[in-house]
Ligand binder design. Structure first.
Ligand code: APR
Ligand code: ZN
Ligand code: ZN
Length: 369
């Protein structure tokens, strides 16, 4: 057992507390990772605020990176000292989605139970109460024990904060553009919502050589940031959807070929679909509350051969895609470091959630020393 500190969620709406916990030794098929960085993603806020019911207590965080510190018996795929980014989805390998080569869509992943594959938990309180690990990795902790498949080796020289973001928002946003939608060079793209995920969609669109990239947000400062990432135009979203759609059509010769919704709100999902030109594709990337339903006019959708795609985790196959994205960062083709506007300590998590809730700022990353 090692003594660590971790951000523990107990009840929706209640502030997350930083608690001392005992971390079990890695068993066969597991490794211990000393965390170097963990991003604060909007999905963490969904959990914190109770949008998504989650069992407690759970060590939070699903966007993290670290260094392999100890190997379970028989583990040979990794070595001590190796830098890794953590994947929040380890596929079951057996279900229909896995057999079809879509690990990102696996509904039976043990990660969703916030436990190891055999149901074990690796954390407990001083009083012996078991604590779950969010998505089986619980990254907002000084160290974590994870399944080997969740720890993906990266090339040397990647900044820890950047490595952490590759574990969620970069894979989700860049992958939505280059994998899910496979945007062709010269296409026009709109991105609604310019947080870590949306700005990663903008980076993906630049990588794909999209000709026009319209960045949309309700916070004016975000539009300037998106331009720095390579967006060609910024569009401030007001409350009037008709006005936003008209302005978007003006900028894109009647509507963008691809619209990425990177917020997870019904009105912006509906906006994304309604803004499509003939033959256009809406890619839904943001995660809504569980029960959300959206509607759209069916006749023009069918008549105009439009498409809607759902994109979970940017169709990531972490063992292949994480090192690829890391190499693109090292080659100067994915400016992920620009997403990080604040490096904070574990104790600063609640103020970081407040800032995220207001739509202010870019990605905040917890760094561990
Ligand atoms: N119109 C336009 N922009 C909006 C609106 C709106 N109605 N509502 C929110 N936004 C903008 C915010 O101003 C912010 O810039 O959307 C952005 C959301 O960014 P973050 O809160 O940083 O969210 P992020 O971590 O990028 O995640 C986005 O993807 O993985 C999912 O669960 C995650 O649903 C979340 C989404
Ligand atoms: Zn995330
Ligand atoms: Zn599966």
């Amino acid at each position: 057992m090692s003594a660590i500190r971790a951000a523990v969620f107990r009840d929706p709406g209640r502030p997350v507390e930083i608690e001392p916990l005992a971390l079990a030794e890695p068993r066969a098929g597991e490794v211990r990772v000393r965390m170097t960085a963990s991003g604060v993603c909007h999905s963490d806020l969904h959990v914190r605020d109770g949008d998504w019911p989650r069992p407690g207590p759970v060590a939070m965080g699903h966007e993290g990176a670290g260094v392999v510190e100890a190997l379970g018996p028989g583990v040979t795929a990794l070595r001590v000292g190796q830098p890794v980014a953590l994947s929040w989805l380890v596929p079951c390998g057996e279900c229909r989605a896995c057999r079809a080569g879509m690990p990102w869509a696996c509904p039976s992943s043990p990660s969703f139970g916030h436990r190891m594959a055999d149901g074990a938990t690796v954390l407990e309180t001083a009083g012996g109460e078991p604590v779950l690990s969010y998505c089986g990795i619980g990254t907002m902790a000084e160290a974590t024990v994870v399944p080997v498949a969740a720890a993906v080796p990266l090339p040397d020289g990647v900044d820890p904060g950047v490595a952490a973001l590759i574990g969620c928002c970069v894979s989700t946003g860049v992958g939505a553009v280059i994998k899910t939608a496979a945007v062709p060079a010269g296409a026009s793209v709109a991105v609604i919502g310019l947080g870590g995920v949306g700005l990663s969609c903008v980076m993906g669109a630049v990588l794909a050589n999209a000709a026009r990239i319209v960045a949309i947000d309700r916070v004016p400062a975000k539009l300037d940031v998106a331009r720095e990432f390579g967006a060609t135009d910024g569009l401030l979203a007001g409350d009037d959807r008709v006005e936003t759609i008209a302005a978007l059509r003006d900028l894109t010769d009647g509507g963008p070929d691809f619209v990425f919704e990177a917020i997870g709100r019904v009105p912006t999902v509906e906006l994304a679909i309604e803004a499509l030109p003939i033959g256009g594709t809406a890619v839904l990337v943001g995660m809504t509350p569980f029960e959300s339903r959206a509607s759209f006019a069916v006749f023009p959708f069918v008549d105009g051969s439009r498409r809607i795609l759902g994109s979970n985790y940017g169709f990531a196959d972490p063992a292949i895609d994480f090192p690829r994205y890391a190499q693109l960062v090292l080659d100067g083709r994915l400016p992920v470091d620009r997403l990080i506007d604040r490096r904070i300590g574990l104790d600063d998590l609640e103020p970081a959630f407040d800032r995220l809730r207001s739509g202010e700022g870019l990605r905040q990353v917890i760094v561990f020393d």
